[in-house]
Write a protein that binds this ligand. Structure first.
Ligand code: XMP
Length: 180
């Protein structure tokens, strides 16, 4: 797998340190509140596994799965929810966790579902990566690991054609692999 990576954008050690910082901040901000973490499948799971272990206050966990039809490296505007949380979110403070905020369509769609249909009291968002240059809808993340440039990235949960999720760092895939 490493041979498919053009360069490492965020090393394992930096990810670990930043995730610990974010977890400590979340623990302070949500102290005394009913926190439910909702993670987006599949890309958010590696980040999720690390961040919840750096959250030191009681919390519940659930999952959502949204997918959008597009080409292999960009999402389309049509975000479809395939899995919605099945725990009762009414009145809960939800922290939505995802790997990357790109156009913003996924987080906008899922946040709306959690508040409008499932009755969450509040939805905040936490992403490992923010590709602000690509934003198409006005979404901002409340907790961001790293701002990244506009390149297609893989690793630490992020995939290309469902591969590379298990790389322990964030890397830039060699362009010839996805332009074929
Ligand atoms: P939107 O555009 O809705 O996209 O904010 C969020 C979802 O798109 C995927 N995505 C990527 N996946 N490398 C990836 O492996 C990337 O550079 C990338 N950019 C967006 C990702 O699934 C995210 O949840």
């Amino acid at each position: 797998m490493d041979q498919d990576i053009e360069r490492v954008l965020v090393h394992e050690r930096r990810i670990r340190d930043r995730v610990a910082e974010l977890g400590a901040r979340i623990s302070r901000d949500y102290a005394g509140k009913d926190l439910t973490v909702v993670a987006l499948l599949k890309g958010g799971v590696v980040f999720l596994a690390d961040i919840i272990r750096s959250i030191s206050i009681p919390m519940d966990l659930d999952f959502a799965w949204a997918s959008s039809y597009g080409d292999r490296t960009t999402s389309s505007g049509n975000v479809v929810l395939k899995v919605v949380p099945d725990t009762n979110l009414r009145g809960r403070h939800v922290l939505l966790v995802d790997d990357i905020l790109d156009t913003g369509r996924t987080l906008a769609r899922v946040s709306a579902e959690l508040t409008d249909r499932l009755g969450a009291a509040e939805v905040k968002t936490c992403v490992l990566l923010d590709k602000a240059a690509r934003r198409e809808v006005p979404v901002h993340a409340d907790y961001v690991g790293f701002e990244v440039e506009n390149v297609f990235v893989v690793g630490y949960g992020l995939d290309f054609d469902d591969r590379y999720r298990n790389l322990p760092y964030i890397g830039v895939l060699k362009p010839h692999l996805y332009s074929k």
